[in-house]
Design a protein. Structure first.
Lengths: 336, 329, 310
């Protein structure tokens, strides 16, 4: 195994979504808590791309925000290159860890301050971390960064609204690179973009990874994109990882019924006429998740045990799977 | 196609602004046969939604249909008054939009909205209309329909809400449905359910669907024919198999290469450099020429019309040089 | 681009902007702006364009009292709009008076913007208990009419401050009273916009870079919430001018030796029924025009800055 850059262990994040105290008292309602992330653990090796994939509300974006410190974990630990970053206090002790990680966001229209020139947006991490001194040198560095992401140095004088969505996402990447990070957390970086532009951004990210030796945590709902970019993949459902391992392994031989369902649902561009089995039902509310294995109400293989008992992840070949059916070896053959 | 249900001839949609007139849809012609699913695919800014809006007469002013004709069953509908058009909307043309939350009025029960729409277009008593509303909800696959009929829209999940919107579009048994990005706001598993539903409705009722989307995958699964739009024009149109497997326009080709697929593990995706031009700066000649890998001198100045054989054609000068390339006929 | 080019570039962008276009194509706004600018400039340069300093008792002659405007039978060219009971030239008095009115208006609006925007930013960005405390104070205060708050503060300050300082501190007291009575509006608006901006990804990006909350609030969020502040500020300028006039009319504003527009109106209303109508009418018309044009400007700004109405 490669040496790991990020270690996530039993990460938990709950959100209090109760109505205000007064309403609770008057309406006699209990506190309600969303278990957005409920015990997630994985490791990312240096130079790898680890993807988290799942449907909306599965907690994948929350994991991303926990890793970069936008939220603090309710429980569990986060370790970056041997440094503890599990809490706000730990993070301020290890400031270098924060500088070495950056984030790319989903919405290229909201992720850049509309009142700032691109030059100032990209220069901000440089100025904040005092990486380069002197205005001329900063200017020069921003120019280089803009060229590195496929824009021109002169674009620095423009405002974000003068760029298309794809170009803005390039600016976002330039800003992320400005702090000379080793680790980038990418939260759905292409899902707001058109396919042809998505291809440009994915190619750019691959190029940068090769050139700069970056490590990525990649969040996406699109399995095809995930397959394309990642070395390892984790499938999330209602706040938990249900299956994770090497990308090739997961996609060639998915074991968890949810992973199989997701793969089955991808529209077929080859039009081979493959028979699809659309799975009934939708993701239940994370406020009141189903008992036992959270996927059991939608699972074709669910048994009584699945309703009662949450499955523990077991190692199967090169992957980890949390499913009773896998454990009990009653999984049907995968058609893929 | 002897008698197309819908025929659009040389449609042009303009938006006058203080900096000049923007052309959102430029000289588009297409037709849909009864029971057919026509996919209209393109990236943002291609004019695909505007085409759909023009057909149902819902272009927001100051935008306007500047030229061309829209014929439904041989009758012109582009020059009708607002009131006349309102009768056609819902009764003859149904509409499904991207965001199911905005298509439903949050203050009314689902039953009220369905019954009102049914009674506007069909000559039924309230009791009959309610019975029909129930049938519709059952038809679009809403479990426990009797119970859910009187719920408010917010009590439905995203996928169920989109089913309600489809039921609403089906109220008066329209012969044509304009579906604008009906699955975009939904998760993949729900998306698959909605596609299956649309296909079933189409074959059971012989309803024609104009499916507007940016997602080639949805088109491949659903459509019979597809029109690929670029910068307000049709770049390529043809049977969905032909267009996807034997793309003729370099834009379609690039688009197909840009879609990541599971299995084909190339290190880099085919990419089309640049982006769709803004409406304020549509290039001369072929609008795609600045991004085209196969550009030649003619493309800079002269705009190509659709050229092709029978059903599959592309607006590209390459077609002129090698008209018999590919093709399934 | 150097700083000069940046300013030039920003100016060129402004001339090309929708706001400038919307301004040029709205004749009412252009007229209102011209009127407001003329009135404000006239007030500022009043000593240069008036024949008399109405605040200087030595320049007044009681024999000139109650002179009618120039176009009436008894009119004198020295007093184009007539004089008041003290023999003050009304034209001069109006311009000098509007200096005080406009000055107090601007100063109190700026004071309330500083207080309201800062508290609103903190409440919206920090949230939680801080937010609750700040906004409850604002709620309580907004439930009293601004005039009442201003009167109350005025009274309290006057009783606390030594009597000898009343004259000299009168302006400060009135600016403080008006400023404190309108800040909750700014705080509420800014809090709302801040909460919207706070959830946007550019703010999260700044947090990931490691910026302090203060830097994010003032460098990132503040410029993005100033649009509505500008609108409310303009409308409140008119309100502040009126508040000052009202306070002065009620006799608790600026001292009568240095009359503002409100004081002039109060003086004038005593003589309205004895035939000397001009003493109340001219200051009244001036005040109404000033408030109207500032309000029209504010209305237009609100529409122009609201993308939904464009």
């Amino acid at each position: 195994m490669t040496d790991s850059l990020l270690k996530v262990d039993n990460l938990v994040r709950h959100f209090d979504v109760s109505p205000p105290w007064l309403n609770r008292v008057i309406e006699r309602r209990p506190k309600s808590v969303v278990k957005a992330v409920d015990g997630v653990g994985f490791e990312i090796g240096r130079g790898e791309t680890f993807s988290l994939v799942g449907e909306s509300g599965c907690g994948k974006s929350t994991v991303a925000r926990l890793v970069v410190g936008l939220y603090n974990p309710t429980a569990g630990s986060l370790e970056f290159d041997g440094m503890d970053i599990s809490s706000g206090a730990a993070r301020s002790r290890n400031r270098s860890a924060q500088r070495r990680m950056q984030m790319i966001f989903q919405d290229p229209y909201a992720s850049l301050n509309p009142r700032w020139r691109v030059m100032d947006i990209v220069a901000e991490p440089i100025r904040f971390n005092r990486l380069v001194k002197g205005d001329a040198a900063i200017r020069q560095r921003v120019g280089e960064l803009l060229e590195q992401v496929g824009l021109s140095a002169a674009d620095g004088e423009k405002y974000p609204h003068e760029f298309s969505g794809g170009q803005r996402q390039r600016i976002s990447i330039a800003r992320a690179l400005a702090g000379s990070p080793e680790f980038l957390v990418c939260d759905e970086p292409t899902s707001a973009l058109d396919v042809s532009v998505q291809a440009q951004i994915l190619n750019l990210m691959k190029k940068l990874q090769r050139e700069l030796g970056l490590t990525y945590l990649f969040i996406s709902h699109d399995l095809a994109v995930v397959y394309h970019v990642s070395t390892k993949v984790g499938v999330m459902y209602l706040g938990r990882l249900v299956e994770w391992g090497e990308t090739e392994v997961i996609f060639a031989a998915p074991r968890h019924p949810y992973t199989r369902m997701l793969l089955d649902a991808i529209p077929d561009l080859d039009m081979s006429g493959r028979a699809r089995t659309p799975v009934a039902g939708e993701v239940p509310s994370p406020i009141d998740p189903p008992s036992g294995c959270a996927f059991h109400p939608r699972c074709p293989l669910a048994t009584d045990r699945c309703k009662r008992e949450a499955p523990k992840p077991v190692s199967v070949g090169a992957a980890m799977v949390a499913c009773h059916a896998v454990e009990e070896d009653r999984l049907p053959e995968w058609h893929g | 196609m002897a008698n197309p249900l819908l025929e659009v001839r040389n449609l042009r949609v303009e938006f006058p602004t203080r900096k000049g007139t923007l052309v959102a849809v430029d000289d588009i012609s297409l037709s849909i046969a009864p029971g057919e699913v026509l996919g209209v695919v393109g990236e943002s800014g291609a004019g695909k939604s505007m085409t759909g809006a023009a057909i149902i007469g819902l272009i927001e002013p100051p935008g306007r249909v500047a030229d061309g004709q829209i014929l439904l069953n041989g009758r012109r509908i582009d020059n009708l008054s607002y009131d006349e058009m309102r009768k056609i909307r819902g009764k003859e043309i149904g509409a499904i939009f991207q965001d199911p939350l905005t298509s439903l009025n949050p203050l009314y029960r689902v039953s009220e909205q369905l019954v009102e729409t049914i009674m506007t277009h069909l000559d039924l008593t309230e009791k009959q209309a309610r019975a029909r509303a129930l049938d519709l909800l059952k038809e679009v696959g809403i479990p426990a329909a009797e119970e859910r009929l009187d719920h408010y829209p917010h009590q439905f999940s995203g996928g169920m809400r989109q089913r309600v919107v489809i039921a609403l579009a089906l109220c008066a048994e329209p012969r044509l449905i304009i579906a604008d990005e009906p699955t975009t706001a939904l998760d993949v598993s729900i998306q698959a359910q909605i596609i299956t539903l649309l296909k079933r409705l189409c074959s059971e009722h012989q309803t024609a669907i104009m499916l507007v989307t940016h997602d080639m995958g949805v088109i491949a699964e659903t459509a019979d024919r597809v029109a690929v739009m670029y910068a307000g024009r049709i770049a390529e149109v043809g049977p969905v198999q032909d267009v996807i497997k034997r793309a003729r326009h370099p834009y379609t080709e690039g688009l197909m290469g840009a879609i990541p697929t599971i299995g084909g593990r190339d290190d880099l995706l085919t990419q089309i450099d640049g982006s769709m031009p803004r409406l304020t700066a549509i290039p001369n000649g072929c609008a795609f020429h600045p991004r085209c890998p196969k550009v030649h001198f003619k493309c800079h100045t002269v705009r190509p019309d659709l050229i092709g054989d029978g059903s599959h054609s592309a607006s590209c000068w390459l077609m002129e040089q090698q008209p018999a390339q590919g093709g399934s006929q | 681009m150097g700083p000069v080019e940046r300013i030039q570039d920003n100016f060129a962008r402004f001339l090309d902007s929708d706001i400038w276009h919307s301004f040029r194509t709205s004749p009412v706004t252009v007229v209102a702006t011209v009127l407001a600018v003329v009135m404000i400039v006239a007030a500022v340069i009043a000593p240069l364009i008036t024949p008399q300093d109405p605040f200087d008792p030595a320049s007044l002659d009681l024999l000139d009292a109650f002179t009618a405007p120039v176009w009436t039978e008894d009119g004198l060219w020295r007093f184009p709009l007539g004089t008041d009971d003290q023999g003050r030239d009304l034209y001069s008095a109006i311009l000098y008076g509007s200096r005080i009115s406009i000055g107090v208006g601007f100063a109190s609006v700026i004071l309330s913007i500083i207080i309201g925007v800062t508290l609103g930013l903190i409440a919206g960005y920090v949230g939680g208990t801080t937010d609750a405390v700040i906004m409850r104070i604002a709620d309580v205060q907004i439930s009293f009419p601004a005039l009442l708050v201003a009167l109350l503060l005025n009274g309290v300050l006057r009783s606390v401050l030594p009597g000898s300082s009343h004259e000299t501190l009168a302006l400060v007291v009135i600016i403080f009273s008006i400023g404190m009575s309108i800040w909750p509006q700014f705080a509420r608006t800014v809090r709302g916009s801040t909460m919207v901006e706070k959830s946007k990804e550019y703010v999260q990006a700044a947090r990931v870079i490691g910026l302090s909350s203060r830097a994010i609030m003032f460098r990132h969020v503040l410029p993005n919430v100033m649009g509505p502040v500008l609108v409310i500020g303009t409308i409140n300028l008119a309100i502040a001018v009126l508040l000052e006039a009202t306070l002065s009319f009620l006799g608790v504003g600026v001292p009568p030796t240095e009359p503002s527009l409100g004081t002039l109106i109060r003086i004038g209303q005593d003589f309205l029924f004895s035939g000397e109508w001009w003493i109340v009418i001219f200051p009244g018309v001036f005040l109404a025009l000033l408030v109207l044009s500032v309000n029209l400007l504010g209305d237009w700004l609100r529409d122009a800055l609201n993308p939904k109405l464009r």
